[in-house]
Design a protein. Structure first.
Lengths: 263, 610
């Protein structure tokens, strides 16, 4: 049986009578980059909240590697291999940059109190592995998050760097599926172009499968294999970027404006 | 009229009168409340300088100085030409002090004419005598008007004089104050070293410094402060800037010095001082445990005393022959194993139901649990097992083979506590830089995100409860062995609160802060029942704790010894500005002419929920 990495069937969630999402069927295959687009309030972030277990669906199935993950704690979902970033960047502001990435490896490591107290070999080994991995991940973003920065608190970072650190933190959980919620929001064109390239490398170098929410059409066009369009919680189109961008209902959802990448 | 003329006073009497009046009344109100609380009369018994100055007068006299200083503090504006402080500020201080003295005189008149002793228990003839210097109304009023004005002036003058003078004065005054206040400790110590003659010279027979010693020591301190100017700061800065191996070496030396002091010093101390140190240690142990729960994991546990009680009672039941129901009379060391188990289980038991609550709810529920545990130990229902209100007595000391640790030998208790404190400090230190410690911090910062990043927050929080519980139970065990008996009244809710104050005042999330907090609060002021160095403060301890807490929360929320982390958190805005200014420079260097994003938004980062 050809199994999807993530498969969602007839997903529905209701907030106080309002259907934030309904009738959503969705799947991602290993190695894909799928973009989810739609106007504000379409339910995109809610969709991520459902997958990552922060919100429980009213109806429907979410299968990850063929197993249902509905009702599991977010931490378990993460340990199964789904990591996410947050649209309104939510770092651990008073922990250092390095600590932010180190702490995200929690579910991949196992040392407990006694290891730390007795400073066992296993503890020291694990600790240095955690640190090395964290440095490696931070190094992926060039010189921006390494060096003296590693010991700065996260809140002291510039906005773009906070977004990068969010991605780094998600990477550190060693996921198979990475959910990026508007990764380039608030970045300037230069930074956007750079991050677009990095998203491609997240797949090619690190082997992550990626689902990305994005408003920046240029980014969507450049990186995604497939695009899903949500409007008022209902999927209105799926397909390649080119197919979707000429789809009449999509055009209508975007206020009659043709969907086009700038430039 | 141009703009500057609007801002700057034209002459010394062109004061901002509402401001002056407000501070004057504040000064008066503080003085009157101090008097009516009864502090001056009670503290009058303790001499600071023999026959000339008592602690009571000192407190009253300090108020106008402090408020004179505060009221004449100039708000310095960056980048604008600021007014030089001078005569104008002296007048401010003078008038503020004068008003304060006036209000106090009014109190005197009231004391003389009415009797309000019914609601105000300290409305007494003694207070009147204290205030009038036993010289009658007229003299008292005139004296207070004068002293108030002069002291206010002195406070304001501190702004005007050169900084050398300010520094030297502060050193001399505080030096003499501490020398006098620490009389018991110092005479105890010098007795240990066989230097009785020194204390005989320093202190008068009835307590307090002698006049000669005040003058001589004052001069010595003054000279010393001139000599050391800038050196101490330079040394700490040097230490802070050290890196890698050098820093490690310096830390090592520091550690060895402290360790040797801790071991050697008690040998020269007498019973009272050792007793005091042992008490400090017991509370330090509690504070270190609470610091893990509150400071690291961010769980505001107000029922922390419960674990202290469990430790004490477990030890009592297992070691005392008088345990009413089950008395195996185990050795302390063996009992300790069960203490750890019992505390861990209690931690789980209390933790499990409350762990899903957040913030204030957690605080309230744990507050309840803390009280429930005490009431259980007190109840008739469990009386047959734990002795109810009679408690459990006759708890033996700790038999170490070569020596016995027991309450009658406070030095041995101190050493025992020292061992446990060392364990607790080591534990805090190691855990902070471990997988679990990081998970705690993440939970403190943003629980939901921590969960989404793969941390089982329930487990992490339970572990914080358990580790905190075990440390508190050690403290309880030591208390049982030290006091030799255990009663429910040793575990009042007040203990929880005092430990929390120690942690907050010292500096949350910071081991050094907790150490300083314990020494300052428990050592100087005293614990809930244990006297501190200033035994005269016994009745005002809670008042001072409260004032200190409010003051710290307003002025220095990061505590006396802030952890760099906490300090950043609480002064985020300022820090962000710095980072922004620095980062701006650095990024533009790094990114070579590309558009710089220095958009550092102030306010909270991990803000609203989605
Ligand atoms: N926890 C919640 N409770 C109530 N309503 C919610 C909640 N989360 C999201 N919503 C609503 O669901 C809708 C979709 O929101 P969201 O998923 O954030 O949209 P977007 O596509 O812009 O990310 C919005 O109307 C929002 O107000
Ligand atoms: Mg959204």
């Amino acid at each position: 049986m050809s199994e999807h990495l993530l498969e969602i069937r007839d997903l529905k969630v209701t907030f106080g009578g309002l259907d934030a999402l309904s009738g959503l069927d969705f799947h991602v295959d290993e190695g894909e980059i799928v973009s989810v687009i739609g106007p504000n309030g379409a339910g995109k972030t809610t969709f991520f909240n459902l997958i990552s277990g922060l919100v429980a669906p009213t109806e429907g199935e979410i299968l990850f590697e063929g197993e249902s993950i509905v009702g599991l704690d977010p931490s378990i979902v993460t340990s199964l291999g789904i990591a996410r970033t947050f649209q309104n960047v939510r770092l651990f502001p008073n922990m250092t940059i390095l600590e932010n990435v180190m702490v995200a490896q929690h579910c991949r490591t196992s040392q407990q109190v006694f290891g730390a107290l007795l400073q066992t070999k296993a503890f020291k080994k694990e600790e240095s592995e955690i640190r090395e991995r964290a440095e490696e991940i931070l190094g992926f973003f060039g010189h921006r998050l390494v060096g003296y920065r590693m010991d700065q608190p996260a809140f002291a970072l510039s906005y773009a760097n906070r977004r990068r650190l969010e991605i780094a933190r998600a990477m550190a959980t060693q996921p198979r599926l990475l959910l990026l919620d508007e990764p380039v929001a608030g970045m300037n064109p230069m930074e956007t172009a750079e991050l677009t390239a990095l998203i491609g490398r997240l797949r090619s170098d690190w082997g992550f499968t990626i689902v990305m929410i994005e408003h920046e059409m240029k980014v969507v066009r450049d990186v995604s294999d497939r695009v899903v369009v949500l409007d008022h919680g209902v999927p209105i189109a799926q397909g390649s970027y080119d197919e979707v961008s000429i789809n009449p209902s999509v055009v209508e959802a975007y206020l009659g404006r043709p969907v086009e990448a700038d430039r | 009229m141009n703009e500057r003329a609007m801002d700057l006073p034209r002459s010394a009497v062109d004061q901002n009168w509402p401001h002056v009046l407000r501070w004057g009344l504040v000064c008066g109100l503080v003085l009157v409340s101090l008097c009516l609380v009864g502090m001056p009369v009670e503290l009058d018994k303790r001499a600071i300088i023999e026959r000339h100055l008592s602690l009571g007068y000192l407190f009253v006299l300090l108020v106008p100085i402090a408020i004179g200083w505060v009221s004449s503090t100039l708000l310095v504006l960056e980048g604008v030409e600021n007014r030089r402080q001078g005569l104008y500020d002296l007048v401010t201080g003078l008038v503020v002090g004068l008003i304060g003295g006036g209000v106090l005189s009014l109190l005197m008149v009231a004391l003389d004419n009415w009797n309000l002793r019914d609601p105000l228990v300290n409305w007494s003839p003694q207070l009147f005598r204290f205030l009038t210097y036993e010289n009658g109304m007229g003299f008292g009023a005139a004296a207070w008007l004068c002293t108030g004005a002069l002291l206010g002036l002195a406070g304001a003058a501190l702004h005007v004089v050169p900084s050398v003078v300010r520094r030297t004065t502060a050193f001399v005054v505080f030096g003499l104050f501490f020398l006098s206040v620490l009389e018991a400790a110092i005479s105890d110590l010098s007795e240990g070293f066989g230097l009785e003659s020194l204390t005989d010279w320093l202190y008068a027979k009835k307590g307090g410094l002698t006049v000669t010693s005040t003058i001589v020591v004052g001069l010595v301190i003054g000279a010393a402060s001139m000599v050391t100017r800038g050196r101490v700061k330079a040394a700490t800065n040097r230490y802070r800037d050290m890196e890698g191996a050098e820093r490690q070496k310096a830390s090592m030396i520091l550690f060895v010095v402290v360790a040797v002091l801790c071991i050697v010093l008690p040998m020269f101390l007498g019973k009272i001082m050792n007793e005091l140190l042992a008490n400090v240690g017991i509370f330090l142990l509690l504070a270190l445990g609470l610091n893990i729960v509150v400071g690291l994991a961010g769980l505001l546990d107000l029922g922390y005393v419960a674990f202290f009680a469990v430790g004490g009672y477990t030890t009592a039941v297992l070691t005392s022959p008088n345990s009413p129901w089950f008395a195996p009379e185990l050795h302390f060391g063996v009992a300790l194993v069960f203490v750890v188990i019992a505390a861990g289980l209690t931690g789980l038991l209390i933790g499990a139901p409350v762990i899903r609550m957040r913030g204030d709810y957690l605080a309230i529920v744990t507050l309840g649990f803390g009280e429930i545990i005490r009431l259980l130990f007190m109840s008739d229902w469990l009386g047959p097992y734990f002795g109810g209100a009679q408690g459990i007595t006759n708890i033996p000391g700790v038999d170490l083979g070569f020596a016995t640790v027991k309450g009658t030998d406070p030095r041995s208790v101190f050493y025992l506590v020292l061992v446990f404190c060392a364990i607790a400090i080591y534990t805090s230190w190691r855990l902070q830089a471990s997988r679990l410690g990081r998970a705690w911090m993440a939970v403190r910062e943003d629980e939901q995100v921590a969960e989404a990043m793969g941390i089982n927050t329930v487990n992490a929080k339970l572990m914080a409860f358990v580790v905190g519980a075990v440390l508190a139970s050690f403290s309880g065990a030591v208390l049982a062995a030290k006091v030799g008996s255990i009663f429910p009244t040793s575990f009042m809710i007040l203990v929880s609160i005092i430990i929390l104050v120690v942690v907050i005042v010292g500096g949350m999330g910071n081991i050094a802060g907790v150490l300083v907090g314990s020494f300052v609060l428990i050592g100087v002021l005293g614990g809930p029942k244990q006297p501190g160095l200033l035994q005269e403060f016994q009745n005002y301890k809670l008042l001072i704790y409260g004032i200190l807490l409010v003051f710290m929360m307003l002025k220095r929320p990061e505590g006396l010894v802030p952890s760099a982390r906490r300090s950043r958190e609480l002064h985020q805005d300022e820090f962000l500005q710095d980072a922004w200014l620095q980062g701006d420079k650095l990024e533009s260097e790094e990114e070579e002419g590309t558009v710089v994003t220095a958009t550092v938004s102030t306010g909270e980062v991990g803000g609203a929920e989605e």
